[in-house]
Design a protein around this ligand. Sequence first.
Ligand SMILES: Cc1ncc(COP(=O)(O)O)c(C=O)c1O
Length: 415
Amino acid sequence: MTRLAYHGGTPIRTAPWPSWPIRDEREIKALDDVARSGQWGRLCENSRVAEFEKKFAAYQDAQFGIAVTNGTAALTIALKAAGIDIGDEVIVPGYTFIATASCAVQNNAVPVFVDVEFDTLNIDPAAIEAAITPRTRAIIPVHWAGRAADMDRILAVASKHELAVIEDACHGWGASWKNRKLGAIGDLGGVSFQSSKHITAGEGGIILTDDEELAAKCFSYHHIGRIAGRPFYEHHRIGWNARMTEFQAAVLLVQLERLEEQAARREANAVFLSHQLAGIDGISLPRREPFMTRIAWHEFRLLYDEAAFGGVPRDAFVAALKAEGIPAGRGYSHPLYKNPVFAEQRFGRLAEHVQFPDYARMHLPNCERICRDSVTISQLCLLGTREDMLDIARAVRKIKNNAHALADRPAHACA
Ligand SMILES: Cc1ncc(COP(=O)(O)O)c(C=O)c1O
């Protein structure tokens, strides 16, 4: 039987994967143009930031876009504009990036973590309903990896309890729910353009909404409390300087030109790869609900069953996959609420005024199971060819066929 690369055999793949970000002379020219123009901030004529806001919002089926410094700022300002204030409870999934919850604390509010569904990776609408108290003011569903959350059920709960819905669409570029793109399905949404994201300027973000009043508030909050059309040194609220630069917007405008083709390619490759992996005992894929009309595929996730792999631990499987030349990872090693900042309530004196849940004792089984039993494969792979997808499937099958050897010698697998 073929020896695993992990044990010194020949890897399935040695050819490189596409490097990220995809870029060419257009980005360089765009940056050069901004540098030469001397118009580096958005407060200029014919701002590229304003152009990007219009184009990206239209692409995402939103009426308004407010470009900001990053996705964290987008979510923080969106919550502020939605009126979230001291002591308010904001329901968030336990399996997510810190910004989904820190945006609540930045607004002196309380993140209430609820479980996700193991097989969709998204917030469980039933868990949202169960977590509602008289202090609940908002829900932040995350469209994990660009897989639309169950917005019908989330919007129904929100409407019943008069809650704001702020979509964490930080992975949502080009993805859709019932053929509508993500970000402005709820009241507001935030998107990230940080380095790993599918269009990127190194950092960057945007707030999306269909509500003109909320858009004006977000604009003001991101512009240190100024109001469009009013005198420059007239400030109406305590805000942030979260303005995107013209350099970022220039790069993003170029990146946006490639997004649709890349999104379609990722989707086609992911569907093909899903078929190739079907039937491998011990590997299942997150469920695709009919409302997930397009997934952005910020990662390709496998749900791994150690028992079906003869007891090979997930981390050993990941190490073996990497040795075969597949860029695999395990994602978050623990759910967000297990981080010291939450478990030890490191919120400064806010904790003297606001009651936080005992995060240290929190146990959300599906969040914990995803951290333990799943495997990520980089989105970069999905920009490859059909043959590349076959390499991934071959590598998984090779490990499956050699699971006994890996189970016997997994020693340095978890390094
Ligand atoms: C789910 C999620 N929300 C929010 C963010 C925050 O975005 P940024 O890094 O641009 O601040 C990220 C970034 O990785 C994310 O993955």
